[in-house]
Design a protein around this ligand. Structure first.
Ligand SMILES: NC(=O)C1=CN([C@@H]2O[C@H](COP(=O)(O)OP(=O)(O)OC[C@H]3O[C@@H](n4cnc5c(N)ncnc54)[C@H](O)[C@@H]3O)[C@@H](O)[C@H]2O)C=CC1
Ligand SMILES: O=C(O)[C@@H]1CCC=N1
Length: 284
C-alpha cells in the first residue's frame, strides 16, 4: 500500500466480467487511482470501453501491462492460462503479487509457468458486481503481510472474503460459491415462471421472488437458526408448505443440488489438471 492506504498499480490480464467487477469495486471504494489500473486483453474495443467507463488504462499487450504492476490479476478463462503464462514469464516484477481467480488452476501450475512464488489463488463470485460477493482465497508462504493486506482490500471491494489454509478448498469453493449464483438464479427463474403460471404478471412475480429470496437469506443469517428450523417455521401441519416440500423431495431436489455441486467440484479439478498438463506440454 502507498502511504495514504491506497493500492499500488494493478494489471488485469483478461478484462472481462470479473475484472470489471473488481475495477468497479476498487474505484467505488477509492482504493486506487484509475490511472494505476491497466486492463489488458486481446480486444481493443473492450479496452476502449473500460477506458471510457472508468478512466483506467488499457492495452492489448499482456507482458507490458504485467511489467508495470505490483499486483498482477489473472482474470482470463482457465483454458487461456496455459497460453498466457509463457507470455508473462520474465515480465512480472520480482516483488509483485500474482492474484489468480482462474477456476481450477493450481498454484503449482502458476508457480511453474510464471517462475514467481508470491501467489494468491482466489475464487470470487458475480455478486461482486455490486460489492455483495464472497471470495475464498489462499496464499503461498512467500506472500508478504503487506501483500496480504493489499489483497484483502481488493477482495473486500467485491464483498466478503474468507481465507482458507489449504488450496483444496478452492475447488470446493468454486463449486459452492463461485458457481453458486447460477444455482440461485436458476431457482429464482423457476419460481418467477411458476408465479407467471399461477397468473401474476412477470414484473410482479419478479418483485415477489426477489424479496422472498433476499428476505429469507437475511433472516437465515440474522436469526442464526438451523435452516431446518427455519423451514419448520413455515410448515404448518397439513398446510401448503408441507404439500410443496413433499413434491420437491419426491423430485429429488436435495440430491439434484448435491450432485450438481459435486459435479462442479469435479469439473474444477479437471480444469486444473487440464491447465497443468497443457503448461507442461507447451514447456516441452
Ligand atoms: N464469471 C464468474 O462467475 C466467475 C469467474 N471466475 C473466473 O474468472 C476468470 C474470468 O472469468 P470471466 O470474467 O467470467 O470471463 P470473461 O470471458 O468475461 O473474461 C475473460 C477475458 O479474457 C480475455 N482474454 C481472452 N484471451 C486472452 C488473452 N490471451 N490475454 C488476455 N486476455 C484474454 C477475453 O477477451 C475476456 O475479456 C475465469 O478464469 C473464471 O474461471 C471466477 C469466479 C466467478
Ligand atoms: O463457470 C465457470 O467455470 C466459472 C467459475 C466459477 C463461476 N464461473
Amino acid at each position: 500500500m502507498s502511504v495514504d492506504g491506497r493500492l499500488p498499480r494493478i494489471a488485469f490480464i483478461g478484462s472481462g466480467v470479473m475484472a470489471e467487477a473488481m475495477i468497479r469495486g476498487l474505484l467505488r471504494d477509492n482504493l486506487i487511482d484509475p490511472q494505476d489500473i491497466i486492463a489488458s486483453g486481446p480486444r481493443p474495443e473492450r479496452g476502449q470501453e473500460l477506458r471510457s467507463r472508468y478512466g483506467v488504462r488499457a492495452t492489448v499487450h499482456n507482458p507490458e501491462a504485467a511489467a508495470e504492476a505490483e499486483i498482477v490479476v489473472l482474470s482470463v478463462k482457465p483454458q487461456v492460462i496455459p497460453r498466457v503464462l509463457p507470455e508473462l514469464r520474465g515480465h512480472i516484477r520480482p516483488q509483485a503479487l500474482v492474484f489468480s481467480i482462474a477456476a481450477g488452476v493450481r498454484i503449482a501450475t502458476l508457480r511453474e509457468g510464471l517462475g514467481v512464488s508470491a501467489i494468491i489463488r482466489a475464487m470470487p463470485n458475480t455478486p461482486a458486481q455490486i460489492g455483495q460477493g464472497v471470495t475464498v482465497w489462499t496464499a503461498t508462504e512467500e506472500v508478504t503481510p503487506r501483500q496480504r493486506e493489499q489483497a484483502i482490500l481488493l477482495m473486500r471491494a467485491m464483498g466478503e472474503e474468507v481465507y482458507v489454509d489449504d488450496e483444496r478448498y478452492l475447488d470446493m469453493a468454486t463449486a459452492l460459491t463461485g458457481t453458486g449464483p447460477a444455482y440461485v438464479f436458476l431457482f429464482m427463474e423457476a419460481m418467477v415462471d411458476a408465479g407467471v403460471h399461477l397468473g401474476f404478471s412477470r414484473r410482479v412475480a419478479e418483485q415477489l421472488v426477489y424479496q422472498t429470496v433476499i428476505g429469507s437469506a437475511l433472516y437465515a443469517r440474522q436469526s442464526g437458526l438451523h435452516l431446518a428450523a427455519l423451514r419448520n417455521q413455515v410448515t404448518s401441519p397439513g398446510g401448503t408448505t408441507a404439500e410443496a416440500l413433499y413434491h420437491l423431495e419426491k423430485g429429488g431436489f436435495r440430491t439434484v443440488i448435491s450432485r450438481a455441486i459435486w459435479a462442479a467440484y469435479v469439473r474444477s479439478r479437471q480444469l486444473g489438471r487440464g491447465a497443468a498438463d497443457e503448461v507442461e506440454r507447451l514447456e516441452r
